[in-house]
Design a protein around this ligand. Structure first.
Ligand code: C2E
Ligand code: MG
Ligand code: MG
Ligand code: MG
Length: 279
């Protein structure tokens, strides 16, 4: 906060701005290095099927091997610098290789969810790239779920729609991530080709309590009326889980069941029954 005018506050402000800029440049360098040296990795967080009590899918979440920077810190820089295009391809490839590795080990096939950034639209051949990867590895594309966010839809233009329809034509699944945090409009849910909505943690925290539980039940019914599956994200409390199960939610994801974990740890969770069905 700059309350006073004058030299000192200007110097302070100036220094702050320089810090922010330096930080961005530093992160950009870290990202470039990581691409060159293959120093990214993916963690996997399960989404639990509330009907079977088993893992339905894993969301791939990007990390840097040698830095504690969080995606919320480095993804925006990757987007600003267009590095997200190479990084996005790396993520897709790594996630698919992991899928194949698990299949080869006889663990079976679980859906893998991959986050897709709006800025990746600049990558004109992303769908071709992804399609080649699944064909080469003989993967059913329905087991690959692309997560887009509401802000992607705000850019609502022919390119966005063409991208989504392109994914569907190739058989991929689409999830709408962070639902409820942006300028949610029911309208677009009726015409965009999504398969699933992922309710954001902030929405779940607000509406998963006794006073508000009818709101959550309505959200679930609404999704189902629109023929959409629904995942509740960021579930940390047992009571939230109980309420979601009662309300007919399809999947949950959150620390209550598992944090995002390394691939070799995810492997051990594969057929782990998380939930007693008749509690
Ligand atoms: P997201 O896609 O909404 O992913 C969910 C985030 O919530 C993850 O944070 C996950 O670790 C966190 N989370 C899951 N369960 C809980 C919980 O019970 N409590 C709390 N407090 N948090 C929980 P993460 O891994 O830090 O990722 C943050 C965001 O960065 C992601 O949000 C996604 O938008 C972006 N991101 C991550 N990986 C990638 C990627 O490969 N590509 C792109 N484009 N974006 C990515
Ligand atoms: Mg996501
Ligand atoms: Mg989310
Ligand atoms: Mg997010």
């Amino acid at each position: 906060h700059v309350k006073h005018n004058g030299k000192n506050s200007f110097a302070f402000y100036h220094r702050k701005m320089k810090d922010v800029m330096n930080e961005k440049i530093e992160i950009e360098m870290i990202l470039r290095e990581a691409l060159k040296k293959n120093a990214f990795k993916l963690l996997y967080q399960p989404q639990i099927d509330l009907n079977s009590g088993k893992i339905h899918s894993f969301e791939a979440l990007l990390r840097l091997k040698d830095h504690s920077l969080r995606p919320d810190q480095f993804i925006p820089v990757a987007e600003e610098t267009n590095l997200i295009i190479s990084i996005g391809r790396w993520v897709a490839k790594a996630a698919i290789e992991q899928f194949v590795d698990w299949r080869n080990k006889g663990l079976g096939e679980k859906t893998i969810a991959i986050n897709y950034s709006n800025k990746q639209l600049r990558d004109r051949d992303f769908i071709i790239y992804l399609t080649q990867l699944v064909k080469l590895n003989n993967i059913n594309p329905e087991l690959i779920e692309i997560e887009i966010t509401e802000s992607f839809l705000l850019e609502n233009n022919s390119e966005t729609m063409a991208f989504l329809h392109g994914l569907k034509e190739e058989g991929f699944r689409i999830a709408l991530d962070d639902f409820g945090t942006g300028y949610s409009s029911l309208n677009y849910l009726t015409y965009i080709p999504v398969d699933k909505v992922k309710l954001d943690k902030t929405i779940n925290d607000k509406f998963l309590n006794l006073a508000n539980n009818r709101v959550m039940d309505s959200l679930i019914s609404l999704a189902h009326s629109l023929k959409l599956e629904i995942t509740a994200e960021g579930i940390e409390e047992w009571d939230q889980y109980l309420q979601l199960k009662q309300g007919g939610c399809d999947y949950i994801q959150g620390y209550l069941f598992s944090k995002p974990v390394e691939a070799n740890a995810a492997e051990k969770l594969f057929d782990h029954p998380f939930i007693m069905l008749n509690e």
